[in-house]
Design a protein. Structure first.
Length: 206
């Protein structure tokens, strides 16, 4: 790689060496193309990938906020032995020990519901209230994705796209240069083989 950038510097500076081969110039042009793709193409790919991911995630956030409804529930009792380490990937980035409790609430149509729900606000004594999220049928669902969390996921997606594009550019450069080097060695082998056929013959020496 260091030799490729040395060739590239010579190409950009306009200096030419009498011993520089045509293949060296072609490899320098390949290195220049790879550099432009790394400097321009990969960041653009990362920005486009992040923007697409952000649009999709923000649409998901809006859809979840439309489909999921906050409801005030009343704790009926705690479910023993159901404490777990929680952190809903679609909800807040905060993590806490979540406790399963039995609670009662009303569905959007006004019908009563009772079931197990998770809470991070404490064990929840009977009669205390807590907020849960339900779907249109009144069944408990995870909280909707937070907009800031969605944006963070989109940024990570853009960075991943950038790194993938940069890796593809470097892999392509290595593949092209490797093919050129193999062609060069094959040509040298043919030239050596042709020259070797005349070695030792009278009149062929200088």
């Amino acid at each position: 790689m260091r030799g490729q950038w040395a060739l590239l510097r010579g190409l950009l500076s306009g200096r030419d060496h009498p011993l520089r081969r045509a293949t060296d110039r072609r490899e320098a042009w390949v290195a220049l193309g790879a550099l432009l793709l790394l400097v321009i193409g990969a960041p653009v790919a990362g920005w486009v990938g992040g923007s697409i991911a952000d649009d999709a995630l923000q649409r998901s956030v809006r859809a979840q906020h439309q489909e999921r409804h906050p409801v005030e529930a009343v704790v009926v009792g705690r479910v023993p032995g159901r404490e777990r380490y929680g952190g809903d990937p679609e909800g807040s980035s905060e993590r806490a020990a979540r406790v399963r409790v039995v609670a009662s609430w009303q569905a959007p149509d006004g019908s009563p519901r009772t079931g197990e729900v998770a809470t991070a606000s404490g064990p929840g004594v009977p009669g205390s209230s807590l907020r849960i999220w339900t779907d249109a049928a009144g069944l408990p669902v995870p909280p909707p994705m937070d907009g800031r969390a969605a944006r963070s996921h989109a940024v990570l997606g853009g960075i991943g796209t950038f790194l993938l594009a940069a890796g593809c550019v470097e892999a392509g450069r290595r593949a092209v240069v490797g093919h050129m080097v193999r062609q060069r060695y094959a040509r040298l082998d043919r030239e050596w083989a042709a020259a070797g056929a005349d070695w030792g013959r009278a009149g062929t020496g200088g």
